[in-house]
Ligand binder design. Structure first.
Ligand code: SF4
Length: 414
């Protein structure tokens, strides 16, 4: 039997929250998560770190196993012949993202990430008005009143409130309060929020945020006349927000149909609060290093995701160059998902998949290149969702699969 190795204080790059205190066991090629400091295991981390002691799948062309040289040659041939390629999924670390940008500069292509919808809903607001955003450290140590908009975010960020509410914050030593607006906390959220005052407020989040911004500014919201909002509750919350030392509004734009309006109204509320106290927005996101990938595109191309690279130039369009829209005119899709077994979307053109080894494909791609996972098979760097902290990930076992960066370089060489 293989020796069991225990790794402590392991960093996790999956959801963007940037936990760095995980305990993992490695036995041969098997990997499993152990209970963390709170006694609980993050289900997302447990699922995505888990590996069995089995052989990895091999690269293939049209479903047939062939030599590595043939696989990369065929992928190169397909991409070199493409007239409108799309490079999407983009679930990779910073080195992989850099290699994919190089690939686009050489072969052309639209660049997008599978989770970019929320990012662009937030951009719709921030481009109009700007925003005062805060960081995870500020929320942990300063926030005394948090407004959570929409469904309980622990469904996607399992340890969110554990990270937001340490036992001994540096500055927020008085009562700490969380208001769920348009959603309810799950049992898991309630456990993490033990000792924090929780309340819920029903109503359409866009209308409520708009009314709160007016009330905070000493004005009466026009919707009050319709009686559709609980004005007394809103007035009390507005007063609490004004009295807070550091209020924060958080939401997941990717899960809200009107996420762009929520972002805009939350920003307006925070602006109104900052006239007399301190407040910030904390937009949720960051899955599969989307924040790092987006920053890398800004550094390299001067544009965010949803950008077309062609010839010596690039052009950005948040609607036209979304994966879904771009695939309507594309002939080749390069799909990249190293963190999770996310299959490519339906597409009638050629597909080259740089895929997590557990990916189940509805339709076998033209070329499949299984890739290792950053933080499991090889070291890498990802960014936390608040974009100010880069997180180094280590390798837990000897890699038998290439990283995305390695696979892309071999593909480019042909
Ligand atoms: S909450 Fe996110 S970063 Fe933290 S352990 Fe779970 S998946 Fe990893």
């Amino acid at each position: 039997m293989a020796e069991v190795q225990t790794f402590e204080n392991v960093a996790c790059g999956f959801c963007g929250l940037g936990c760095d205190d995980l305990t993992l066991e490695v036995e041969g090629r098997a990997v499993r998560a152990k209970a963390g400091p709170s006694g609980a295991i993050c289900p997302e981390a447990a699922r995505l770190f888990r590996r069995l002691d089995t052989a990895e799948p091999v690269a293939r062309v049209a479903g047939e196993v062939t030599s590595q040289a043939d696989v990369y040659r065929e992928a190169h041939r397909i991409l070199a012949g493409a007239t409108a390629p799309v490079i999407a999924g983009f679930g990779t670390d910073m080195a992989g993202a850099g290699a994919l940008v190089d690939l686009a500069i050489r072969f052309g292509g639209v660049l997008d990430h599978h989770a970019s919808q929320g990012l662009f809903r937030n951009y719709a607001a921030v481009q109009r008005t700007g925003w005062l955003s805060t960081t995870l450290a500020e929320v942990r140590n300063h926030c005394d009143l948090l407004v959570v908009v929409g469904d309980d975010p622990t469904a996607n960020w399992s340890r969110l409130f554990e990270k937001f509410y340490p036992a001994t914050p540096l500055f927020a030593t008085g009562e700490r309060r969380v208001v769920f607006l348009g959603g309810s906390p799950s049992e898991k959220a309630r456990r993490q929020l033990e000792g924090i005052t929780i309340s819920e407020l029903a109503g359409d989040p866009v209308e409520v945020l708009e009314a709160l911004a007016l009330l905070v500014s000493g004005r009466t919201p026009p919707v009050a006349a319709s009686g559709s909002l609980p004005l007394a509750e809103l007035a009390a919350l507005a007063e609490a927000l004004r009295a807070s030392k550091y209020a924060v509004v958080t939401w997941n734009a990717g899960a809200l149909d009107d996420g762009d309006l929520v972002a805009e109204r939350a920003t307006a509320l925070v602006d109104a609060l900052n006239v007399t106290t301190r407040a910030g927005v904390f937009p949720l996101g960051g899955v599969d290093n989307i924040v790092g990938v987006n920053q890398l595109l800004l550094w390299r191309l001067g544009y965010p995701l949803r950008t077309l690279v062609r010839g010596q130039g690039s052009a950005h369009d948040g609607t036209l160059y979304s994966t879904q829209a771009a695939l309507r005119d594309a002939d080749v899709l390069v799909w990249v998902s190293a963190f999770r077994p996310e299959p490519p979307p339906d597409f009638s053109g050629k597909v080259i998949a740089l895929a997590h080894p557990d990916t189940i494909f509805q339709t076998e791609p033209d070329v499949v290149i299984p890739v290792g996972t950053p933080g499991v098979d090889h070291a890498g760097t990802v960014f936390r969702m608040d974009s100010i902290v880069s997180l180094p990930l280590g390798a837990l076992r000897v890699a038998t699969l290439p990283s995305v960066a390695e696979a892309v370089r071999r593909l480019a060489e042909g």
